[in-house]
Design a protein around this ligand. Structure first.
Ligand SMILES: [Zn+2]
Length: 348
């Protein structure tokens, strides 16, 4: 029972409450979804087209001696040669890519809208790849492609890169004499600002031109969202842990409540009579005469602990316990009472 060790709870506490307190999703759900995610990732890496979409993360096996690394230099200033600026953008949940070609004082632009689920990185790569196609098509040699996306340039430079779409882009580059340059975004470079504006315009177009399937990261993310949803459903429907549910309506990852004393408040599993009676058939009454010694009774009502409540704000006593449990001055006082209660039970 490793969760018990992490949360330092009484061993009688329900699994569901333990999972919520520790921020660890139920293991069976986790395994089930991890298998599903692994399956999907395998497909998108292997299949070029899946369910009608091109997979951006589809991989190509490259022999080590076939790997290509294409570097870049820093952009300094515009000149009279062939210049192409590219950009990708996400705006109002729509994604667009664009390139703009300058030569002899004329401008030629291309706008591509991608699917709404597609990433800016995909748009950046799409813009570059299309601009290279344009150069090949128009037989333009010795052009510069000026890009503000560092991550795209890194992918093109990397010899570890396995994604087919990027490898294909590199292969096309070998056919032309294109040089890459990096320009800082939003730095007042006219062509870069223009490509940025055009990419935003591309995103607002009516028709989607190219749509990629989900990336590996997106598949992982959806898996995590689904796990959270299924866990939440299970927690909502769980008959157990109703006391803990009062304080933790949401099942969340990476939560950790590991305080031995305070977890008795959060779980209602502890030394007090109500719990001892319910689970172990022991005497459940409070020594003060109250029929059932609940955690609420001890903290908010019981005469025995009246002195400990002396310096409490009077407002606390009018509140529901769920409004108090995460308030640190209350937490401190409640822990003090619990410590005293425990030592009195251990010595009696
Ligand atoms: Zn009492």
């Amino acid at each position: 029972m490793p969760l018990i060790a992490i949360t330092k709870c009484y061993t009688t506490i329900s699994n569901q409450a333990l999972q919520v307190l520790s921020g660890c999703a139920p293991l069976d759900l986790k395994i089930e979804l991890e298998i599903e995610v692994a399956k999907q990732i395998k497909i998108i890496k292997k299949e070029e087209i899946y369910e009608g979409f091109q997979n951006f993360d589809c991989e190509e096996l490259m022999k080590p001696w076939d790997t290509i690394s294409i570097g870049w230099i820093y952009f300094e200033s515009p000149d009279t040669g062939h210049e192409i600026y590219t950009d990708g953008s996400k705006i109002n949940n729509q994604v667009g890519a664009a390139y703009v070609y300058y030569y002899n004082g004329t401008e030629t632009a291309c706008l591509i809208r991608l699917g709404n689920q597609n990433t800016v990185f995909m748009a950046e790569v799409m813009a570059i790849s299309s601009s290279i196609d344009y150069c090949i098509d128009k037989n333009i040699r010795n052009s510069k492609v000026i890009i503000d996306s560092r991550s795209t340039l890194m992918a093109i430079k990397s010899t570890e890169e396995k994604r087919r779409i990027i490898i294909e882009t590199k292969k096309k580059l070998k056919l032309t004499k294109i040089h890459f340059q990096w320009v800082r975004a939003h730095n007042g470079t006219v062509g870069n600002e223009r490509a940025d504006a055009l990419a935003k315009l591309a995103a607002s177009k009516d028709q989607i031109y190219t749509e990629f399937g989900p990336s590996e990261a997106q598949v992982r993310y959806s898996g995590k969202v689904l796990l959270a949803t299924k866990w939440q459903e299970r927690w909502n429907n769980s008959a157990k842990g109703s006391w803990t549910k009062k304080f933790f309506k949401e099942a969340k990852f990476n939560r950790l409540h590991g305080d031995f004393y305070y977890n008795q408040v959060l779980t209602s599993h502890g030394v007090f009579g109500a719990h001892q009676e319910r689970l172990f058939g022991k005497e459940g009454a409070c020594p003060c005469g109250e029929q059932l010694e609940t955690i609420e009774h001890i903290l908010l009502k019981c005469k025995i602990w009246g002195k400990e409540r002396d310096d409490w704000s009077k407002i606390w006593l009018q509140k529901d316990i769920s409004d108090l449990v995460f308030y640190s001055p209350f937490k401190k006082s409640a822990t003090d009472i619990l410590k005293k209660l425990m030592s009195s039970r251990l010595t009696s």
